[in-house]
Write a protein that binds this ligand. Structure first.
Ligand code: ATP
Ligand code: MG
Length: 439
């Protein structure tokens, strides 16, 4: 496509990306904008970032830019850093060859390697632009824009896919998913993000192959799940993942609770994701911890019940042990960095503590650093489960906004109506707390 046939002008492109391409071209290399940025500009969206592909090797790129860092193990890439903007520059990738089988291929070229599931574990073969295009995931991600002649080269009929509004893999879908199972998640992510459906042949193998996601390193899945759930369309994404059987390999402990579309567990997760979407779309802060706390809440509750009835642990200990177990099982699939998992546990512990409001406790809870998250969490639980839980959440809604006199009144009223009931002072006498009254 020439300049007149596509809608891309230099105005749409980051000045830094242009600088990078002019410098590469000036040094005698080819360079192109490629991937999401070309797709987004052609669809009339503003690109999130700008990726460049080139026939220069990482070392040659480094030689041209002072502000260049080489990164990546699986793929080696150059990052050209301009303050807060990073232009990612990748050398054209070639076809993967099976190093063990093909003795005729020179060793230096053979750095792609597959494991027993067909997954690529090492992948640094340089190639031509055509090969680079074939190795990309979806047809609409293999369009290349050149500033040398202002043309767009559409190697895989990506434009047609955009017109049909279809997410379509390049090549044989099963092979492509086996090479990199994360492409299944990307198919869903792009379908939701771009408002498309997944083309039939691309959709078909997802359910049968979903379990291959078990072979992906937990750290990579953490990054991918953030992109899925913190996109501003998390609820729709979750439902589509569920439809394609992709929740099971990601959250094996949650999946059994989702069999019934109308279950309170499903309602709860949807509501939390919908709230998260709302916050993101109005530029409010969100934390992955809240999301993980929600996705794993019912598994923890169930496990805690189970421990109480099986091993006679008290509620407090059972809950603590269950929390640890559920988190540790989850991190075998998806890594949860410590700074988030501690907040997950804070939110859960607050669910145990918020019902206990007598005496100073209510005031102490208000000053808990995670009170807000714990309260928000309780509120969604209350909205979904109703009954006492909703009343409790509403009590906290009023309490936190009341003045001191009113707060004392609320606590007195509570004592009168519930005096001696669960969580009341009498219980504390019966079972002295080991770690002080507020442990
Ligand atoms: P977004 O706008 O969400 O960033 P994107 O298309 O730019 O979408 P990236 O993850 O930034 O997605 O990847 C950039 C490009 O690299 C993609 O457009 C695609 O061509 C290629 N790519 C990324 N991940 C894969 C993959 N797992 N397999 C094959 N190609 C991939
Ligand atoms: Mg991108």
């Amino acid at each position: 496509m020439t300049r007149g046939e596509h809608g891309i002008s230099r105005e749409d492109i980051s000045a830094n990306a242009l600088k990078v391409m002019y410098r590469l071209n000036g040094a005698g290399f080819e360079s192109y904008l490629v991937g999401g940025c070309v797709r987004d500009i052609l669809m009339g969206h503003e690109p999130k970032d700008f990726d460049v592909a080139t026939n220069a090797t990482p070392e040659q790129i480094k030689g041209l830019f002072k502000n260049c860092r080489l990164i990546g193990r699986r793929f080696r890439l150059a990052h050209i850093v301009f303050g807060r903007e990073i232009i990612e520059v990748a050398t054209f990738r070639g076809h993967h060859q099976e190093s063990d089988e093909d003795e005729n291929v020179p060793k230096a070229k053979v750095v792609a390697k597959r494991d027993s599931h067909g997954q690529l574990v090492r992948d640094n073969v340089f190639g031509s632009i055509e090969e680079d295009a074939e190795r990309r995931d979806f047809t609409f991600n293999a369009m290349y824009y050149s500033v040398a002649d202002f043309t767009v080269t559409d190697f895989a009929n990506g434009l047609a896919a955009i017109e049909k509004r279809e997410v379509e893999l390049i090549g044989d879908p099963e092979t492509r998913y086996r090479e990199d199972p994360v492409r299944m998640l990307r198919a869903v992510r792009f379908a939701v993000k771009l408002g498309m459906r997944i083309e039939e042949k691309t959709a078909e193998p997802i359910k049968p192959l979903a379990n291959l996601l078990q072979n992906i390193p937990p750290a990579r899945l953490f990054e991918e799940t953030l992109k899925l759930f913190l996109s501003g369309k998390g609820e729709v994404t979750f439902l589509m993942l569920h439809e394609y059987g992709l929740i099971e390999p990601l959250f094996p402990q949650l999946a059994p609770f989702l069999k019934d579309e109308n279950s309170r567990e499903m309602q709860f997760v949807r509501r939390v994701l919908a709230n998260t979407d709302e916050r993101i779309n109005s530029n409010q802060r969100v934390t992955p911890a809240f999301l993980y706390a929600a996705l794993l809440w019912y598994p923890v509750e169930e496990q805690s019940q189970h421990l109480q009835s099986e091993s006679g642990l008290n509620a407090h200990d059972a809950f603590n042990i269950a929390s640890g177990e559920v988190i540790s099982r989850q991190t075998q699939r998806i890594m949860i960095p410590k700074r988030f998992s501690t907040v997950v546990r804070d939110i859960w512990i607050l669910q145990q503590r918020l019902p206990k409001r007598f005496g100073r406790r209510a005031f102490q809870l208000l000053t808990h650093p995670k009170f807000r998250a714990g309260y928000d969490f309780l509120l969604v639980r209350g909205q979904v489960e109703g009954g006492d839980l909703l009343e409790l959440a509403q009590w906290w809604t009023h309490f936190q906004h009341a003045d001191n006199g009113k707060q004392k009144g609320m606590l007195n009223a509570l004592r009168k109506s519930e005096g001696g009931a669960k969580g009341g002072p009498r219980k504390r006498k019966r079972k002295p707390a080991k770690r002080g009254p507020d442990a």
